[in-house]
Design a protein around this ligand. Structure first.
Ligand SMILES: [Zn+2]
Length: 145
């Protein structure tokens, strides 16, 4: 149940800072719409499927399958040394979809491949791209399982 009067300060898991704080502690949180069941990743205060504000925050499974993927050949200059790298949309076992880096070469990926989310500290290059309040946000990567 949600309270339409609830405040949305940065500690709320319905905000990106709250989402990343939880992720840094090992919890992958999603919003689940009480009205239509849509899983919102990261959580949001309103459902992007039906507009409802009855969004519950629930821990999400870290396992999923590659839903779609592509290769980044021209990244931001700070990440040039990482290129080329693979980005995927992963459908978690809960049905929620999350975009992230995939720890597999593009040529070795197929849609439907099973993957698992891992969380790490940002690299110096990644930190150089972050805004001040994002500096401590962890980076999630999908690895094959
Ligand atoms: Zn909904």
């Amino acid at each position: 149940m949600s309270d339409p009067e609830r405040s949305l300060d940065a500690d709320s898991p319905l905000t990106l800072p709250g989402f990343f704080d939880a992720l840094a502690e090992g919890d992958l949180l999603g919003g689940v719409c009480d009205d239509c069941g849509q899983v919102l990743l990261p959580p949001r205060p309103a459902c992007y499927n039906c507009g409802s504000r009855d969004v519950a925050v629930e821990e999400q499974p870290r396992e999923g399958r590659v839903y779609s993927y592509t290769e980044v050949q021209t990244p931001p200059p700070a990440l040039e040394a990482d290129a080329p790298y693979t980005i995927a949309v992963v459908e978690l076992a809960s049905g929620g979809r999350l975009t992230g880096r995939l720890g597999v070469d593009y040529a070795d990926v197929e849609i439907g491949d099973p993957v698992e989310l891992e969380v790490r500290e940002p690299s110096e290059a990644e930190r150089s791209l972050a805004l001040d309040y994002e500096l401590e946000w962890p980076v999630h990567v999908f690895e094959p399982r």
